[in-house]
Design a binder for this molecule. Structure first.
Ligand code: FES
Length: 300
């Protein structure tokens, strides 16, 4: 018997926002759907969002799921959490926050919270007209777990976001490794790789000149302008451009004025009608996540 919290049981026995949102073509309102999982793998979730176009605000959220107690509770929690948020705010909701809303989930059931976060992302990208292949980790990278169709990209994301340190935890979060087990050694390698990347990032952050350190407290002062520009360029080069290039586009850093970052969109991005959405989601969200929540990205 799983050790579920009272909140999980409450939302399982009396789920909030279960069902669909019909698109009645109301003026100024758009309905979007995000699908994740598959019934053949045991869990599937479809999230419906009703969004006010002028403000990007989520007016309503509903779900349909084929899954266990935790899948129903996680989906229900997610819909409660995102109602009233803007799409940018909703994109910052993590699977950990979904689990926290529930007072925690058994670790073996954490994949339900991951599924909720992925359905949210899928619905928002769908709303913004960004092609699935531009953001879906399942379509990128190398297939690691053939039992559950999980790629290295998806495993890396789970390891990074949840600070996982064992293959068993990875199985709990994304199911990889939970079938025949032949991919477990590869999962261990990926965990090591992510840890090494993380250590490198820490080392490069700490490699600022000694005179930028607060000698009293031993803490770093805010980044200098040069360091900040270098970090923005690094995030664009390593985390944003590969995704855009894969979709036939590209981006170049043009100028920085305080928190306003001006970029030039190229290729498919420059002529694409969803380029504003691309900016907001693929570039601004990533830079906010990695550098500062106040960053605003503009195309020139
Ligand atoms: S290949 Fe991953 S569990 Fe079988």
């Amino acid at each position: 018997m799983w050790d579920y919290t009272d909140k999980v049981l409450e939302l399982f026995y009396d789920p909030k926002n279960q069902g669909t949102i019909e698109d009645n073509h109301e003026p100024g309102v758009k309905v979007s759907v995000g699908d994740v999982g598959s019934i053949s793998c045991g869990d599937a979730l479809r999230l419906h969002l009703k969004v006010e176009e002028a403000t990007d605000k989520i007016l309503d959220a509903r779900f349909q799921t084929f899954g266990c107690t935790s899948a129903i509770a996680s989906s229900s929690a997610l819909t409660e959490m995102v109602k009233g948020l803007t799409l940018d705010e909703a994109l910052k909701v993590t699977n950990k926050e979904i689990a926290d809303y529930l007072g925690g989930l058994p670790e073996a059931k954490m994949h339900c919270s991951v599924m909720g976060q992925e359905a949210l992302e899928a619905a928002i990208y769908n709303y913004r007209g960004i092609p699935l292949e531009a953001h879906d980790d399942d379509d990128e990278g190398v297939l690691i777990c053939s039992c559950f169709g999980i790629t290295d990209a998806k495993i890396k994301k789970a390891v990074r976001h949840n600070n996982l340190f064992s293959a068993e935890q990875v199985t709990n979060y994304v199911k990889a490794g939970g079938g025949c087990g032949s991919c477990l050694a590869k999962i261990d390698d990926i965990i090591k790789e992510v840890k090494q990347e993380y250590e490198k990032e820490i080392a490069s952050t700490n490699s600022v000149p000694a005179n930028t350190k607060d000698s009293t407290l031993g803490q770093q002062k805010p980044l200098t302008n040069v360091q900040r520009i270098a970090l923005i360029q690094k995030v664009l080069d390593e985390e944003v451009r590969p995704v855009l290039i894969a979709d036939g586009g590209d981006v170049e850093l043009y100028d920085i004025e305080g928190d306003k970052i001006k970029v030039i969109l190229k290729g498919a991005c420059g002529s694409c009608s969803s380029s504003t959405a691309t900016l907001k989601v693929a570039i601004e969200s990533r830079l906010r996540d990695r550098i500062s929540k106040d960053i605003i990205v503009e195309a020139v």
